[in-house]
Write a protein that binds this ligand. Sequence first.
Ligand SMILES: Nc1ncnc2c1ncn2[C@@H]1O[C@H](COP(=O)(O)OP(=O)(O)OP(=O)(O)O)[C@@H](O)[C@H]1O
Ligand SMILES: [Mg+2]
Length: 291
Amino acid sequence: MASTPESGRATGGAARAAGEQDPLLDIEGLTVRYGRAQRPAVNDVSFSLRPGDRVGLVGESGSGKSTLAAAVLRLLPASASVTGRVDLDGRDLTHLKPSELRALRSTRMSRVPQDPLGNLNPVFTVGRQMSDVLSAHRSLGRKERTATVEEALRRVGIGDAEVKRRSYPHELSGGMRQRVMIAMALLNHPDLLIADEPTTALDVTVQAQVVELLRERVAEAGMTLLLISHDIGVVAELCTTVMVMYEGQIVEKGAASEVLTRPTHPYTRSLIAAARGRASGVGDSPSEMVT
Ligand SMILES: Nc1ncnc2c1ncn2[C@@H]1O[C@H](COP(=O)(O)OP(=O)(O)OP(=O)(O)O)[C@@H](O)[C@H]1O
Ligand SMILES: [Mg+2]
């Protein structure tokens, strides 16, 4: 078994500072298989996050990162079969009713999905969709909802919130849609934020802004963060702990400063060597952080 969740090194500073606190998210032996696929997409994964932890999950394309995120929120397609345990605050999510899960999503745990366009409804304005997320959990009047949505958009750096609120997803730039997804994920102040490649497909300038935005919002709310990315530079900037996923398993875990400078698993070494190569090729890449 290659899953070594608590092996070797100490976990990150945030986890240590949290001391003996109970885990917020506790995953044990999680396995996900799509249809009749020969290999599970997530294979016997175990790890826990304590309140305030900021953990990066890196790994090559297809290693199972998004599947793991979707499994935590129970947002997998019907073709997926799941075994193992996912506890949020001591409650096993794998046995909750859909209505119980809906009550937890957005307020206790929230996801910034990898594909904003695919996760926004093309026929409703972004303001309407944000408003729906709000009213699913809080009873607010129309004016109050509008004000909350506009404020949420402003807080992710969308200045003309009154106009953008009325826009349809296709009328926004990729970077703006990414910001809308972050605003939406934070609307109901979740304890756990799972951000799945929130900076992928953004140009370097916008990427830096989104990283800064996530840093601010996570710090200000003391949120627990699971950041999925194949960009170890972004992870180095935001996370204290790093987990490396390879073929559905977590093959390495430890303090970001350790894993990113002295990786032990051969796959992690090649991942970091590739990031260093990119950093030396592109002068201002955030991957330079890794060196
Ligand atoms: N809906 C699905 N149906 C069938 N197989 C799927 C589905 N979603 C993902 N998979 C398969 O599960 C495996 C893991 O995919 P996943 O999307 O979790 O990887 P990832 O690490 O997020 O990759 P990327 O970095 O490209 O986003 C892949 O082999 C993928 O083809
Ligand atoms: Mg993915």
